[in-house]
Design a protein around this ligand. Sequence first.
Ligand code: UDX
Length: 447
Amino acid sequence: MNICVVGTGYVGLVTGTCLAEIGHCVICVDNDKQKIQTLNTGKMPIFEPDLEKLVHQNRKRGNLSFSEDLGQGARKSEVIFICVGTPPLENGEADLSPVEKVTREIAVAADSYKLVVEKSTVPVQTGEYIYRTLQIYCREENGRFDVASNPEFLREGSAVADFFHPDRIVIGVNNRQTEAILHQIYQPILERGFSCPVHSSCSSFPKPYFLVTDIKSAELIKHASNSFLAAKISFINAIAEICEKVGADVQKVAEGMGLDPRIGKEFLKAGLGFGGFCFPKDLQAFVRIAEKVGYDFTLMKEVERINKARIDVAVEKLRKKLWVLREKTIAFLGLAFKPQTDDLRFAPAIGLIRRLRQEGCNIRAFDPQAMEKAVIEIPEIFYGANPYEVAAGAEALVLATEWPEFLDLDWLKMHRAMARPFILDGRNFLNRPLLMEVGFEYEGMGR
Ligand code: UDX
């Protein structure tokens, strides 16, 4: 099928590339000239495991291309996925102006039937606005439009693998024809009719569930899912606070809770809290949506408050240990909001570094992937070429992102490099007994 994907951010680039990989002919469009140039020269604007390989492969095969021309992309395609950003406005609402603009452009450009699919995370009822806008701006001789919602659940760092092996594919439609088109697009995934480019054997993955709903319910599924997961994280972080007060271990509490299949062990890791471009902004947007329709979502406001307070908790732990923070040198391992990505948006590490800078600390930092972006975000700190270099002379080391390679460091060498061997393990990730044996003072989050 001929498909146009509008927006080449994390969602659009992964979606477009993976749709090409399962056999569709995809044009990815973006109004960011530089991004399109980068992609057309074979370079990647983001780091995402396996993505670069698939982009190269599919460009070579001729079923993936990049363009600035939305009109042409839309005319050539029967299905258009809207994957543009919905950044937060100052009041927490999602900024829908990019979605609205793209919709108008599609309406004007379309010369035959188009199915417009919203994949960006949008407030409930956006589908209705998209449909209305298409009707208003389309030229009379144009064909008709359908609108569908197809929320994405891709996680950064494993987005490509998630695309090929989703738990569920949710579509919100209002007629059978739209359902049939979307089913056809995803058929290779639903029936595993493709050779997986990520795993050599995929037999352990169950077939995904194909859930068909009305458009508004599909829109809500996305916001409700992300908010629920964020709530789980804040819940365990609140438990972590209680654990510290009574001398219990949140890791053990989470383990015990997670053994109940109704709770499940995922998303019960206490630490510096959640970051990234999805949870923080979706949560705020969901609170605003609820407010607009007349519901005061205090539960979610509290989830957000608990998450923000994780940074205060970390600052206070450092203050308690170091007595005075002013002029102390603090080393950071990890900057990205989670491992396997170079994404720094709403990263707890960045929030914590900013706070410590305000306190007068000197910061030395290392991240395996995110340094290029970090230099632009926080130019005033020292970036080391490796963990040993950032540890040199530090009076505390903060583990902010659980990159697996940090487990294999030569901790004796790290210990010797530091002025004071204190570790704040912001993700309860490091091998505490080993570190203590080496001679570190170790502090976790909630244990
Ligand atoms: C999330 C959703 O998981 C995905 O389905 C949706 O499409 C986009 O938003 P992502 O933002 O990539 O994906 O990251 P995720 O793996 O969900 O982690 C989000 C944040 O929560 C990270 O900062 C992570 O460190 C933190 N987290 C996660 C915890 O603090 N504790 C946990 O137990 C799990």
